[in-house]
Design a protein around this ligand. Structure first.
Ligand code: AMP
Length: 280
């Protein structure tokens, strides 16, 4: 596995691969790698001749300074995990390499989703995500990029950006990988206390319970679904919890549509923000 630290080396290496007609699959991450990331690597590996991954904790996408400073880091462990998952090229730039001067003033912003799901509660978050992903796409120009459906709104926005800006990169959404008790793998889980870790299972349990209720009774109103969701969440304080249109991310007003709906939750446990979702 080749480790690259500068944008120039990344562009040169990706350019050489293109010149050799080798296709590039790409997985961006913020590191502290877990099985969710590894599953993305494995899927991407099968989609291209060379697998490029990146590890960069992007300060621009943290609307909360404490969340940024407490974000877990384990670069040596990550290098080992990326290597054994088959990553060919790992881009691990410094903060200075990506943001050498003042904070970039440019924003990629989708006003129509600013009041939806995470965007409503995390001002500037997706603008930060879209800018770094845009830049990584420019430097690497991957044929394919794989994103986890765990960050569902991120996946939708990246698909839109790739299409709107005419990137030739095909965006693939990958299933959520969960621990044995249902909790979705997340780097932030490392910050939970043992008690918080136990409580956290209620998030996925609430999603599965609501999905089972919908499957058992297609005539459930969204109000009834919402009640089941909140009841199963128990005492966990949700920032949002609801049933949304899987494309527009609009809250579904009364009856479930025939197409896909998204049951989604963001909740704080031990001061750690966790998100999870299920498609029905
Ligand atoms: P992150 O390092 O948290 O920015 O995540 C990097 C990529 O991994 C994103 O596309 C996430 O959606 C994806 N990801 C994170 N957790 C999971 C999970 N449990 N299952 C599948 N994909 C995940």
């Amino acid at each position: 596995m080749q480790i690259i630290k500068t944008i120039t080396d990344l562009e040169e290496t990706a350019g050489r691969l293109r010149a050799e007609n080798q296709s590039i699959a790409f997985v961006p991450t913020m590191g502290y790698l877990h099985e969710g990331h590894v599953s993305l690597f494995q899927q991407a590996k099968a989609l291209g001749d060379k697998l490029v991954a990146s590890i960069f904790v992007n300060p621009l996408q943290f609307n909360d300074a404490e969340d940024y400073h407490k974000y877990p880091v384990d670069l040596d462990g990550d290098i080992q995990k990326a290597k054994s998952a088959g990553v060919d090229i790992l881009f691990m730039p410094s903060l200075e390499e990506i943001y050498p001067g003042v904070k970039p003033g440019i924003k990629i912003f989708y006003p129509d989703t600013a009041d939806k799901l995470c965007a409503k509660f995390r001002p500037d978050h997706f603008e930060g995500v879209l800018l770094i992903v845009h830049n990584l796409f420019q430097w690497i120009r991957p044929n394919t990029a794989v994103f986890g459906l765990k960050d569902y709104q991120q996946y939708i926005l990246i698909k839109r950006m790739a299409s709107d800006l005419h990137f030739k990169t095909k965006i693939i959404g990958a299933e959520i990988i969960r621990e044995a008790d249902g909790l979705a793998f997340s780097s932030r889980n490392a910050r939970l206390t043992p008690e918080g870790r136990r409580k956290a299972t209620k998030i996925s349990a609430a999603l599965f319970e609501t999905r089972n209720a919908i499957r058992a009774n297609a005539a459930l109103t969204t109000g009834e679904c919402h009640e089941i969701l909140l009841k199963s969440l128990d005492e966990i304080p949700a920032e949002y919890a609801g049933i949304y249109d899987a494309i527009s991310l609009e809250e579904i007003p009364r009856t479930l549509p025939p197409g896909k709906a998204l049951i989604a939750i963001a909740a704080y446990i031990d001061g750690v923000r966790l998100i999870d979702n299920l498609l029905v």
